[in-house]
Design a protein around this ligand. Sequence first.
Ligand SMILES: [Mg+2]
Length: 460
Amino acid sequence: MHRSHRVAGALVGSAVGDALGAPFEFGPPGQFSARFPVPARGAKTEMCSGGPVDREPGEFTDDTQMALLVAQSLLANDGLDEADLFDRFVRWAEAEPPDIGAQTRAVLRCGAVAAAEHFATTGRAAGNGSLMRATPAAIWFSRFGTEATMDAARRISALTHGDPAAGEGCAIFSELMRVALDGGDPLEAVPSALALVADERRERWATVLAPSWTPADATESNRAVWPTLGQAVWGLRRGRDFAEVMRLIIDLGGDTDTVACVAGGLAGAVYGMGGIPMRWSSAVHGRVPGFGDQRWGLADLQELAAALDGKPLVKYEPGVISRIGPTEVLPGIWAGNLDGARYSAEDFAVISLCRLGDPFPHEVHRMAYVADNEWNHDLDAVLADVLDDLAALRADGRRVLVHCHGGASRTGLVLRGWLVREKGMSVEEATAHVAERWPHLGLWNASFTAALERLRPAEG
Ligand SMILES: [Mg+2]
C-alpha cells in the first residue's frame, strides 16, 4: 500500500472514531451493537446524534479539534513550537468548546507552567486527553525516526498533562503509528516501543499492552491513559478490519469517542484510507472553536494529512468541466461526470468516485477512495463497500447517482459491478449492457475488470 493511503487513513480514521464514538460517550457497554446490530448503510448510518453534547451526525469532538490545532501549529512553524501550540490551545479553550476535558481546561486557564503544578498538587493527571490528539504529530515526526517521534509526543503531552505516564502513552502510541505508516505491524512493535519507556513506568504499560490483556483486566476507567491505549491496541489485535475495530471499541462503553479516536488512528494507518467504510469517512466533519468558521470535511483532512507527511498543502481545485449527465443508465441508478453530479437535483443520493474540490450540497453523499489507475490498494474491499451502500440506498427508495471525474472508467466499474453482483451477469455481459446505455464508459483499467471477475453474485 502506498504510504499516502496510510497517512490519510490515520488522520481520517482518528476523526471517524471520534465522531462515531461520540453519541455513546460515558454510556454502558454494548450500546453500539444494540443500536446497530448490523451495518447501517442506507441514508441513515451509524453516524448518529446523541451523547452528552448535542451534535450533528458525523460531527467530531474536542479530540479532533485539538488534533487539528496540533496539525496547524506544526505546519505553521515547520515543526514543534510549544509556545505557539499552547497559545492555540488557550485560544480554543477560551471559545468554550462544550466538551473540553476537566484537566485540560484547568491547565489552559492557568498558563503554561500549570500542567506540572496541577499534577504536583492533585497527583491525578494521567487522563487520556493528551493521547486523543496525538495522531498529527505522530504523522509529522514519523519521517524523522523513533527518537524524534517519541520525544515530540512527550513534549506535546506535557503542555496539558503533567503526569509523565500520559506522555509515555503518547510516545508509545506515536512509535506504533510510525511503524504502521512505514508498512510494518504496530502490534509487533509493542516490545521495542516499551523498551524505550522510562524504567519506572514500563511495567504498567507492558501490562496493558500484553497480548493476554483484555478490557476486563483494566484497573481504572477508560478516561485514564493506560486502559485507553490498552483498549485501542486490544481492538486492533482482535478486529479483522477497520469497521470491526470500531465496533469492538465502542461496545466497551465509557469514553467511547476518545478510545475510538485513538484506535481509529492506528487502524486507519494499518488498513489505509480505502479500508475506512465510505459512509463514515464521508460524514465526518466539524469546526474548531476559536478558529473561525471553517467547516472541516473529508477532503480537508486528507489534504492536511498529506501536508503533515511533508507534501505541499494544496486545496484541490478541479476547475469547471462541461457537464455529462445525470442519465439513468440502470433502473434507479444514474451516471454522470463531476459537474454533471455537482449540479444535479439535490434529492439524488450521490456516490463520488473522484476528488471533488468544493463539497456538494446533497444531503446523502458518499465519497469512495478510488484512483483512475492500476494502483488502488484492496480494490475488492472498496468496490464491495460501494456496492453494499448502493444496494442499501436503492432499498431505501433513493435515486442513486454514481459519478467520477469523467464518468468513464470508475463510474463504469461500479455500474458493471452492480450488474455482475445483483443481476448475475458475466463481466462481458455487464460491460456490453452498460456500453449500450452509457457511451462514456471507459475500459482502460485492466485491474478494474480483474476485480469484476472476482465478484460473486449476491446471495438471494
Ligand atoms: Mg471528545
